[in-house]
Design a protein around this ligand. Sequence first.
Ligand SMILES: [Zn+2]
Ligand SMILES: [Zn+2]
Length: 179
Amino acid sequence: MSLPYPRELVRSLEFIAEVCNRRRAGELESAASLRAICAEWGFPGTSGATRADADATWAHLDIVERLWDGDRDAVATLVNRVFREAEARPHLVRHDDHDWHLHGLPAGAPIADAIVVDAAMAFVDLVRADDTARCKRCGDSRCDRMFFDQSRNRSRRFCSTTCQSRTNVAAFRARASSV
Ligand SMILES: [Zn+2]
Ligand SMILES: [Zn+2]
């Protein structure tokens, strides 16, 4: 498989990156904050998320970050571990406005498991395509945000144009002061 990836796959990866980024930034803590980010991104089945669901979700983010940062073989091993521990049962569903797509767990499964299994399913395709390197962190070390690089030649280095221009300005100043 090569670009463009299916929209659901990109959305799953961008969603989980945003959850990790906001959690690190201290913006995700309460059950309400989990419900809000899931509603914002259209992650289904989460409107009743409790404090326990939120805490379980935050506890799963460590393995998500390891998926994000891992090399291909490590990611494959971790994906299998996530599926095993959450007892994933992939099945095709069609609901609301969404045509046939995969759900990893039955409806009513724990929300934290649904979130981490959804992320793991997205990584399946990246492993098969040997494309896990598209899961990156911002090249500005003060930022370090996770982002999914959709550029054709996998050349994107920054999470945003803000970080890119801040780094360019810093490099320009460094060059200017060394002459
Ligand atoms: Zn669905
Ligand atoms: Zn950044």
